[in-house]
Design a protein around this ligand. Structure first.
Ligand SMILES: Cc1cc2nc3c(=O)[nH]c(=O)nc-3n(C[C@H](O)[C@H](O)[C@H](O)COP(=O)(O)O)c2cc1C
Length: 262
């Protein structure tokens, strides 16, 4: 097998391997199944507030979502300002899931943060109680910058495409992202996983949510004062389910339609 940064990064943080057992003994498939089944998209909430501690904990759970290269290029905005909330509800086409929610949490992808976060990761490694393997340092100092740099106004896109196409004939290469669009997609994927953690966390606490992408992103960004690379991935409305809040029974197409075995 040819050596590469992934084969070399064999969990060799050494010096204190307590982390090896993190979560290893957890086993509760029934509780998980119950939680997943209990989450529904709820469009009408009562006026009951969600305690701050619960909101904080749910956001903390979002932050524990798996994410690409662990670069955490995401932000979660809890909307507390009445005016901003009003503007966001309007930008969400005044849908009840937003208008009646006692909490609005805007999940934002920040693709361009990868560079700062690579540096932050290298600094963070220095403070860990374990010794960082060289491969991890090489990953954040060399490989990640190589993969995620797309250049000003996508100036590197043609070069990256040519490089990947030619070198890719002979070896395995990371084909994406090669443009700012690809980089945004890269960041959005991880942020969406965090949004799911957030929603499951609220449900675990007895509250409901509705993920929304039915919004005018330009107006939402304006209302929040967001600029630049910020991509609104989802707005999560949360609160206590009101009567009639579930608009219908759960509908899913037959599993055979989606599952293939190769
Ligand atoms: C990315 C995304 C965007 C969504 N946008 C909206 C939305 O704007 N308004 C809404 O009422 N529901 C929205 N939903 C909720 C879906 O309609 C809902 O998840 C789907 O109908 C399945 O129902 P369930 O979540 O109860 O299983 C969205 C869901 C996702 C994942």
């Amino acid at each position: 097998m040819s050596k590469n940064v992934f084969t070399e990064m064999d969990g060799k943080f050494s010096g204190n391997d307590k982390f090896q057992n993190e979560g290893a003994n957890y086993f509760n498939p029934e509780a998980f199944k119950e939680l997943v089944h209990a989450r529904r998209s709820i469009r009408k909430f009562s006026s009951e507030k969600i305690p701050d501690a619960v909101v904080d904990e749910c956001i903390d759970m979002a932050l524990l979502a798996p994410n690409s290269s662990n670069l955490q290029t995401w932000e979660f905005y809890r909307i507390k300002s009445e005016q901003v909330k009003k503007d966001i509800v309007y930008a969400c086409f005044s849908q009840p899931a937003a208008a009646t929610a006692s909490e609005l949490i805007v999940c934002v992808a920040r693709p361009s943060k990868w560079r700062d976060h690579c540096k932050q990761m290298l600094e963070t490694f220095k403070a860990l109680p374990v010794e960082t393997p060289k491969s991890a340092i090489v990953y954040y100092s060399k490989l990640a910058p190589f993969v995620y740099t797309v250049g000003f106004l996508n100036s590197l896109t043609p070069l990256k495409w040519i490089f990947n196409t030619i070198v890719g004939i002979f070896k395995v290469v990371p084909r994406e992202p090669i443009s700012s669009f690809g980089l945004a997609l890269w960041s959005i994927k991880s942020c969406a996983l965090a949004a799911e953690n957030l929603m499951l966390a609220f449900r675990a606490h007895g509250f409901d949510t509705c993920p929304m992408e039915g919004f005018d992103s330009h107006r939402v960004k304006k209302a929040m004062g967001l600029k630049g690379d910020a991509r609104i991935v989802m707005i999560v409305g949360a609160g206590k389910r009101a009567d009639g809040g579930a608009y219908g029974p759960r509908v899913r197409f037959p599993r055979e339609q989606f599952i293939r075995t190769i």
